[in-house]
Design a protein around this ligand. Structure first.
Ligand code: FES
Length: 172
C-alpha cells in the first residue's frame, strides 16, 4: 500500500502512478529508521520493508522541502502548484534570484509521453540548470494535437506553452 492510498500526505512533483519512479524533485523526502539507524531518503524511490519506521514531517524535513520549493519558485514563480506548496511550507518566492525557465525538470511530460503514450514527442535538452524540455517537431506536430495528455500533468504549464510556441513557429 502506498502512503497516499493509506491517507498519508507526502508532497510530490515528479511522481505519477502510471510512471516508473523518477526521484527527480526530491520533495517527497522523508526520514526512515531501520534498526535504530535514521536517514533522509527520497520516498518515491525508496523500497518499503517490514519494520521500517517512516517520519513524513519534522522540522528538518520541512526545512529541506522549503528550500527545494524556493529553488523551484525561482524557475516558475507563478505556478499554482508551487504557490500552494510554498504556502504550506513557508517558502519564499524571492529567496533565490529569478531564473524563469518555467521548466522545473520533473520530467512528467517526457516520461508520460515515452512510457504511457509511447511516442517520445518531447525530451530533455541541455544540461544542469539550463536543462529543459523540448518538443521534437517531426513527431510532436502530428502526434501531440490529438493527444495533449502531458499538458495537465505539468506543474508549471510549461509543456503546453512550449508546444504552442512550436506550433506557432511551424506555421511562420
Ligand atoms: S516525487 Fe519523489 S522525488 Fe519527486
Amino acid at each position: 500500500m502506498s502512503p497516499r492510498s493509506a491517507g498519508i500526505a507526502i508532497p510530490t512533483l515528479c511522481f505519477h502512478e502510471k510512471l516508473e519512479p523518477h526521484g527527480g524533485c526530491r520533495l517527497c523526502i522523508v526520514e526512515v529508521t531501520v534498526k535504530n539507524w535514521s536517514r533522509l531518503v527520497v520516498s518515491c524511490v525508496y523500497p518499503a520493508e517490514p519494520g521500517l519506521v517512516v517520519k513524513t514531517r519534522s522540522e528538518k524535513i520541512d526545512r529541506i522541502r522549503k528550500t527545494i520549493l524556493e529553488l523551484l519558485l525561482a524557475h516558475a514563480p507563478d505556478s499554482p502548484v508551487l504557490k500552494d506548496l510554498a504556502k504550506e511550507y513557508g517558502a519564499k518566492r524571492d529567496r533565490f534570484p529569478a531564473e524563469t525557465s518555467f521548466c522545473i525538470h520533473c520530467g512528467l511530460c517526457v516520461r508520460y509521453c515515452a512510457e504511457v503514450v509511447g511516442k517520445h514527442a518531447v525530451g530533455f535538452i541541455d544540461r544542469g540548470i539550463h536543462r529543459e524540455i523540448a518538443f521534437l517537431p517531426e513527431i510532436a506536430l502530428t502526434e501531440c494535437p490529438p493527444c495533449k495528455a502531458c499538458f495537465p500533468l505539468c506543474p508549471t504549464s510549461f509543456a503546453q506553452a512550449a508546444f504552442v510556441l512550436l506550433e506557432a513557429q511551424s506555421i511562420r
